[in-house]
Design a protein around this ligand. Structure first.
Ligand code: ASP
Length: 424
C-alpha cells in the first residue's frame, strides 16, 4: 500500500491542475457540470459512507489498546492543549493580516458601499439555515443524542464520538475474555475500514477532478473582483499558518520536520481541499497519519476523529477575518474590546462548527449578532466562500494531523522512524 501512495498523490495533484483548467475552459458547460457533479457526488458519498463505522471502530480500538484508563484523560488533556494553542495562533494570524491589509476598505471607501450590501440577504438566510447550528448550548445537546442510530444516520460526529468513548471505556472494564473479544473485533473492523479507504482513494484523482472542476466552472473568476483583497488576505493568513506556524509548532513540540510531514499528508490535504469537509476527509487522514507518518492506531484513532470534529484552525481564522472584514465593509471600526470578543467567539464557535462545507457561515452570523453587526454582512463574502472553504478545510485537517504526531511523540512513540503505526 505504501508503495502506491507517492504515485497516487502525484495523480491527485495532476487531477487538481487539470480540474482548474477544465473548469476554466468549460465554465457554464451544462454537460461538463452534470458529469462532474455526478462523479464528485459519487466520490463524496464513498468517503461519507465510511465515516460512522470508522469513527466507532477507531475510537473503540484506541480505547481498548490504551494501557490504562488514566491514559485516556492524559491524551485528552494533551489534545485540548493542542487545540487551544493552535487555534489561538491561527486566529491571531488572521486578526493581524486583516488589520494590516484592511480588505474591507476599497479606495478609501467601505467595501459595503462598493458591493451593494443588500444583494445577498436571501441567499444568506438560506445558507445559514442549511448548515448545522453553531449555538453553544446545542453543542452539549449534540454530545448526547437521544437516539444513537439517528445520530449515525445524520452523521452527527460529536454524538457518535461521545457514545464510542463511553462504550470503549466500559469495554475496557470487562473480564479478560470478553475484553479480548471486543479488542479483536474492533481492531479487525478498523483494519477493514482502512482497507476500504484505500480502495476509495484509488478513485481520488477522478473525484478531485470532478469536485474541483465543477467548483471552478461555477465560481468563475468574476466573483473575485472587489473581494480580491479579502480573498488574498484570508488565503495569505491560511498559508502562513499552514506553512510557517504549524510546522514551527510541530518542530518545537515533536522534533518532526514540517516539510516531511507536509509531504506525507498531501493525499489528506488534497482530499480536504476538494471536498471542503473535514468529516469526509477523516478516513484519508487516519490512513495517512498511521501508514505514512507511522503514528500508532491507538493515538491516531483517538486524536483524529476528535480533531476532525472540534479542532478547526482554518475555520477560526476565517471566522475572525470575515467578521472584521464585514465590520470594515460597513465603515465601522471595532474597538479593541470588540476585537477581543470576536477572537474569543471565533475560538469557541470553531469547536461547534460541523466538518461540512460552508459550516462557518453559521458561526459568522452568530458572531456578527454578538458584536452588533447585521446578519446580511455574510452576503458580502458568499462569492468567495466556496474557494476559501477548500483552503480552510485543508488547514483544519493539517492541524489535526500535526496534533496526532505531537501527541504520539509525547506518548513515547517515534513517528517517522520507519515503523508503520500499529497499536502502541
Ligand atoms: N468546511 C469546513 C470543514 O469541514 C468547516 C467550515 O469552516 O465551513 O472543516
Amino acid at each position: 500500500m505504501l508503495r502506491r501512495l507517492p504515485a497516487l498523490h502525484w495523480q491527485i495533484a495532476a487531477a487538481l491542475v487539470a480540474a482548474v483548467l477544465a473548469g476554466w475552459l468549460l465554465a457554464g458547460n451544462a454537460t461538463f457540470l452534470t458529469v462532474a457533479d455526478f462523479l464528485g457526488e459519487l466520490f463524496l458519498n464513498a468517503l461519507r459512507m465510511l465515516i460512522v463505522p470508522l469513527i466507532a471502530a477507531s475510537m473503540m480500538q484506541a480505547m481498548l489498546n490504551l494501557p490504562a484508563a488514566s491514559a485516556v484523560g492524559r491524551m485528552g488533556l494533551r489534545l485540548l492543549g493542542w487545540i487551544g494553542l493552535s487555534t489561538l495562533m491561527a486566529v491571531l494570524v488572521g486578526l493581524t493580516l486583516v488589520n494590516l491589509l484592511r480588505p474591507g476598505v476599497i479606495d478609501g471607501q467601505p467595501a459595503g458601499d462598493v458591493l451593494g450590501l443588500d444583494a445577498g440577504t436571501e441567499r444568506v438566510a438560506e445558507q445559514v439555515e442549511g448548515a448545522a447550528t453553531g449555538d453553544m448550548a446545542d453543542i452539549f445537546l449534540r454530545m448526547f443524542p437521544p437516539n444513537i442510530v439517528e445520530a449515525a444516520v445524520e452523521n452527527q460526529m460529536l454524538g457518535i464520538i461521545v457514545f464510542s468513548l463511553l462504550f470503549g471505556y466500559f469495554a475496557t472494564r470487562l473480564g479478560s475474555e470478553l475484553r479480548a473479544a471486543q479488542q479483536r473485533f474492533w481492531q479487525g473492523t478498523y483494519e477493514v475500514m482502512l482497507g476500504i479507504t484505500d480502495l476509495v482513494m484509488r478513485f481520488a484523482p477522478i473525484g478531485v477532478f470532478a469536485l474541483v472542476g465543477a467548483t471552478v466552472a461555477r465560481t468563475g473568476w468574476g466573483a473575485f473582483g472587489p473581494l480580491i483583497l479579502f480573498f488574498a488576505c484570508v488565503a495569505g493568513a491560511l498559508l502562513i499558518h499552514l506553512l510557517i506556524v504549524l510546522p514551527a509548532l510541530l518542530r518545537v513540540l515533536s522534533g518532526v520536520g514540517g516539510l516531511m510531514h507536509l509531504r506525507a499528508m498531501i493525499p489528506a490535504l488534497l482530499t480536504a481541499f476538494s471536498t471542503s469537509s473535514s468529516a469526509a476527509t477523516l478516513p484519508v487522514s487516519l490512513d495517512c497519519v498511521q501508514r505514512r507518518a507511522g503514528v500508532s492506531s491507538t493515538t491516531a484513532g483517538f486524536v483524529l476523529p476528535l480533531g476532525a470534529t472540534v479542532n478547526m484552525n482554518g475555520t477560526a481564522l476565517y471566522e475572525c477575518a470575515a467578521v472584521l472584514f464585514i465590520a470594515q465593509a460597513y465603515g465601522l471600526e471595532l474597538s479593541l474590546i470588540s476585537q477581543a470578543l470576536v477572537v474569543l467567539l471565533a475560538l469557541l464557535t470553531s469547536v461547534g462548527v460541523a466538518g461540512v462545507p460552508s459550516a462557518s457561515l453559521v458561526a459568522i452570523a452568530m458572531i456578527l449578532g454578538a458584536v452588533g453587526l447585521p446578519l446580511e454582512g455574510v452576503g458580502l463574502i458568499l462569492a468567495v466562500d466556496r474557494v476559501l472553504d477548500m483552503m480552510r478545510t485543508s488547514v483544519n485537517v493539517y492541524s489535526d494531523t500535526c496534533g496526532a504526531v505531537i501527541i504520539a511523540r509525547a506518548e513515547g512513540e517515534s513517528p517517522y522512524s520507519g515503523t508503520s503505526g500499529q497499536s502502541a
